[in-house]
Write a protein that binds this ligand. Sequence first.
Ligand SMILES: Nc1nc2c(ncn2[C@@H]2O[C@H](COP(=O)(O)OP(=O)(O)OP(=O)(O)O)[C@@H](O)[C@H]2O)c(=O)[nH]1
Ligand SMILES: [Mg+2]
Length: 766
Amino acid sequence: MTRSLWAARCILVELAGNVRSHAKKNFGAISSQRELEERVLVWFQRRGMAGLARPSASRKVAEEEEEERTKELMGKIRNIGISAHIDSGKTTLTERVLFYTGRIHEIHEVRGRDGVGAKMDSMDLEREKGITIQSAATYCTWNNHQINIIDTPGHVDFTIEVERALRVLDGAILVLCSVGGVQSQSITVDRQMRRYEVPRLAFINKLDRMGADPWKVLNQARSKLRHHSAAMQVPIGLEEEFQGLVDLVQLKAIFFHGANGEKVATSDIPSNLEAVVAEKRRELIETVSDVDDKLAELFLNDDPISPGDLEAAIRRATIARNFVPVFMGSAFKNKGVQTLLDGVLHYLPCPIEVSNYALDQTKNEEKVMLSGSPTGPLVALAFKLEEGRFGQLTYLRIYEGTIRKGDFIVNVNTGKKIKVPRLVRMHSDEMEDIQEAHAGQIVAVFGVDCASGDTFTDGSVRYTMTSMNVPEPVMSLAVSPVSKDSGGQFSKALNRFQREDPTFRVGLDVESGQTIISGMGELHLDIYVERIRREYKVDAAVGKPRVNFRETVTQRAEFDYLHKKQSGGQGQYGRVCGYIEPLPEGSPVKFEFENMIIGQAVPSNFIPAIEKGFREACNSGSLIGHPVEYIRVVLTDGASHTVDSSELAFKLAAIYALRQCYGAAKPVILEPTMLVELKVPTEFQGAVAGDINKRKGMIVGNDQEGDDSVITAHVPLNNMFGYSTALRSMTQGKGEFTMEYKEHLPVSQDVQMQLVNNYKTTKSVE
Ligand SMILES: Nc1nc2c(ncn2[C@@H]2O[C@H](COP(=O)(O)OP(=O)(O)OP(=O)(O)O)[C@@H](O)[C@H]2O)c(=O)[nH]1
Ligand SMILES: [Mg+2]
């Protein structure tokens, strides 16, 4: 064997064995298997031995083996989110999951008497208030499978945390309360799960509570969430009598013994439940047969259906998002959690059973399906940032390839090449250093500067992942540090929160010079003001919260504006003609500019400045100074001057042109309208409904739930400030409400006049 042939053979052997270090010596820094293979190919070609590098039979076998290995590895991973209405028990459930999987050795309750608090609610404020504010990630092992979990907040003010979790997860558990049933936020969360095409299981929790009725909740899920679903279990007793579950697939009774329900025991189905079990199993089979041909065939032919057949059919239907299996239990009373975990392994997809796509930036954003293989080129999405003691912590979901500590990775959105100094796995607020992580995993990196939604690769591809849906803030607050000396810390805090949370915005009120923070609601903004005080030791003076109004036009209006200044030196000259009109309903964009000038009335190099002028003018409408949206500007003509025309002159002409024609376009003020759901003891229903009417709300639903009335209404956000106090006093503290943004709607004529007058008065005072 000649020397070069021998060398070639050596390298092939190394490739098969994936011994990177030697290859590195030969080929320098190599960050992916694909890059390594490409370089080997080039190396051979240069030496005229390309034939040797072509896939041979043995290479094919190696590839097949590799594929098998990937399947096996990936088959043992589940990435799941736990999301639901506030207080349904997500964090309590996650605490049990961590306990049964051995990740924690003691159970602590949300707002428990021992004062420790649940693992996933690690922030002091979360523990004090008993609510989750930030989503937290953890991982655990169950039956040889690794489960990565993100526990999300239920309060709708923190909805971005749900958005980003669902963006990167392969499956989810929708927790429902067996008393409260499908509440307004359950509907919102379910909509988010649909948006990200996440297969899900439902878990009806709190079966120990008085009034627990899982069958009612299941029917609500079918009617309100349009879930094609069926129960996987039948409870043995309810409320105080709740003891265990009958598994409808295996047809066994399951009990949870021991101080913390850690001992799972199975036995025969209690005889008093046999009839209901037979009925519910048939219902399960029928429901799954509706969406799974294989099971339908067995069912229609009256063939015996084994637990294996049923399980496989449920898995197929769940992953195809045609079916939602419904589990039950009581997280607090330690029942039904292990069976739910089995359900996660059996029915939710592993990372390669989900199709993930990236956009190829080198091919005009062509959609490419990612293989999900750990040996592919690295593709990872930064979905969450946290500023910590050691710098920026960036949460990554790896979709393809492998990332190692010390690797160079490329931020495709900025083009920057960065070294990964530290790679960790998160366990709520704790972290564990790791050397590498592969496709399908959720990890975090330290000290990597990026924005939320950026995509990282190993540099061999230029793919980006689509980002998540970010809702617009609906409420604002003026804030300023009480002491002048704390300005530095104050802006540091605001910068940090703004980077971490895309629904939290910081702006400047141009007229008053005040700092304005905007967010998703009163609680959202209160939490940040409190965090500024606690974490940055800055007391902030807070103004009255105000809603984020918008302005829009309702009819077409022409403009013809000449901006001319010719008094000595170079003058300014720009004329713009055209019209503005409302964009059609449902328009995906909020501003549109079209240049329809034929010929050179305005030289084309000034057109961008004109568009910029209109865009700028739309930042602040003439009615009350709020942004103008859903407007289309069409430029039809204009005039220029050979010497005096400039970009600035045309930009100013555009700004004045909008002001000139705005009134004729009949502008209106839009205000955020909220979907409010109230639950009050029936005796207070009249008073509460009357109060909603006074607040100019429209009642759209009124249901009876036991002794409570559930009222649903659309109410202007501007009339909802301080509502929790009002509701408390109206209902002797017995009423509850939730509220979420619905849409911006025009205010009534009298409110518009009042707002415009207020605006004029404040402007004239200034
Ligand atoms: N009776 C009963 N109470 C429960 C159960 N699960 C949770 N709880 C209680 O419900 C309350 C809310 O529980 P959490 O686990 O904080 O609920 P969450 O869904 O995480 O709440 P957010 O994250 O704030 O949306 C706590 O007081 C729990 O003790 C249950 O199975 N039965
Ligand atoms: Mg929680």
